[in-house]
Write a new protein. Structure first.
Length: 68
């Protein structure tokens, strides 16, 4: 297993040329995201679910992924 920092803070996440297959949010099209919250986990399988999850606690999705 390889552990690394969050995709949300990777400087090239919104650069399709440099990020390639890692461009944008990494959920949907067969990829899923597991969010660990106090006392539970949430499985997210689409960009819409992920965006809704981020914006509930007032995380600025548009600042992190402006093209999605």
């Amino acid at each position: 297993m390889i552990q690394h920092g969050t995709h949300d803070t990777w400087q090239y996440r919104n650069d399709p040329v440099k990020a390639g297959a890692n461009y944008g949010p990494q959920v949907g099209n067969g990829k899923s995201l597991t969010a660990y919250t106090p006392g539970s986990t949430v499985q997210l399988t689409s960009i819409t679910q992920t965006k809704d999850f981020y914006t509930q606690p007032a995380i600025n999705w548009s600042a992190i992924y402006p093209n999605h």
